[in-house]
Write a protein of this length. Structure first.
Lengths: 92, 251
């Protein structure tokens, strides 16, 4: 599985880690939807740290698309909330 | 995958597909993609240049403010030395405002530095991918028939398209930051134009609007504290000269 953290690049992660990622991902979403900024920042940082820790960074000249994309590490709480309700982070 | 990554991935991928809107002929797709990638790189370079320009403007303002701080401090001391406490207080009030602005500017300059380095790294990654795509494009053109080529092109283009979307987001964030800083720089320039940081030799006699506003800002006690400190340093603490530091005054 290939995971991209926007602003950092791509990581190759073993498929067996999918459940772990899902769990961390859901925790971040729950915090965001629950309106808990502190919890969001903590869970979101934990999610990205996990990717960096278990993932192998891909070379810049590899041309593969990612299976999963995560917003950049400096995503604010407001941006995360907007992401779930509004137009998203990526400009048209 | 559900949750954040699910929704985010879907949004990004939809935009990448739009970005890569493919032509019928694989060869055309390749050349079109490559042109689009080069264009994208140019835009990123321009984005970096904009951030650098905004940063330089703030740095110049910071330099000016630093000079004002030094000058106003000197003048406060001179005024106090000459027994003109009102004038010293006025200079210190202006110095306080200049220092506060300076701190804000320094923070913002650091933020722009950060944006600049992020964009530069993004540009480097995209450049490497574009170069890899260029090489692969020639291989695909030479080795594969139309149907197979279409698949390979699609794969390769997705890899670059994603990087372009990534850089696009970095650019958007940098532009937002730069806009904020421009507004900020404009506000400081207005204060400057209003004479807020002028040294006190530029002032006419009597109190003007700026002085009244500065007095309110300086009412926090910081100016009083600094004035007291300055007096102690200069040995003009209100006590007759010569008695200071001997520990006998008022005893």
């Amino acid at each position: 599985m290939i995971v991209r953290i926007m602003g950092e690049g791509q990581f190759r992660i073993d498929d067996s880690d999918r459940d772990n990622l899902n769990e961390l991902d859901n925790a971040a979403v729950a915090a965001s939807e629950g309106g808990d900024e502190t919890a969001f920042l903590k869970t979101f940082a934990a999610l990205l740290d996990h990717v960096r820790e278990v993932g192998t960074r891909m070379a810049d000249d590899e041309l593969e698309g990612s299976d999963v994309l995560f917003p950049p590490a400096d995503t604010t709480f407001a941006e995360a909330q907007h992401e779930f309700t509004g137009d998203g982070l990526i400009p048209d | 995958m559900a949750g954040m990554s699910g929704r985010f991935s879907t949004v990004v991928k939809a935009k990448i597909n739009k970005l890569l809107d493919k032509a019928e002929d694989p060869g055309e797709t390749l050349d079109y993609s490559y042109q689009a990638q080069l264009q994208n790189l140019q835009n990123v370079k321009k984005g970096i240049a904009d951030v650098v320009t905004a940063k330089k403007r703030l740095q110049m303002q910071a330099e000016k403010l630093e000079q004002s701080v030094v000058k106003l401090d000197t003048q406060a001391r001179q005024a106090l030395g000459a027994g003109k406490e009102d004038l010293a207080r006025m200079a210190l009030e202006r110095k306080t405002v200049a220092q506060t602005e300076l701190q804000t500017l320094d923070t913002q300059i650091a933020e722009l530095e950060d944006q600049q380095s992020k964009l530069t790294e993004s540009e480097q990654r995209l450049r490497t991918k574009v170069e890899a795509f260029r090489t692969k494009k020639e291989v695909i053109k030479a080795q594969y028939n139309a149907a197979e080529a279409q698949v390979r092109i699609s794969e390769a283009a997705t890899g670059v398209g994603e990087e372009m979307a990534d850089v696009g987001l970095a650019m958007q964030r940098a532009v937002d930051k730069t806009e904020q800083m421009r507004a900020r720089a404009g506000a400081v320039e207005e204060l400057e134009a209003a004479g807020t940081f002028d040294d006190i030799t530029q002032l006419g006699s009597g109190e003007d609007d700026i002085d009244r506003q500065l007095r309110e800002l300086g009412a926090s006690g910081q100016v009083d504290d600094e004035l007291a400190k300055m007096k102690a340093e200069l040995g003009t603490g209100g006590a007759p000269q010569g008695e200071l530091g001997e520990g006998k005054a008022g005893a």
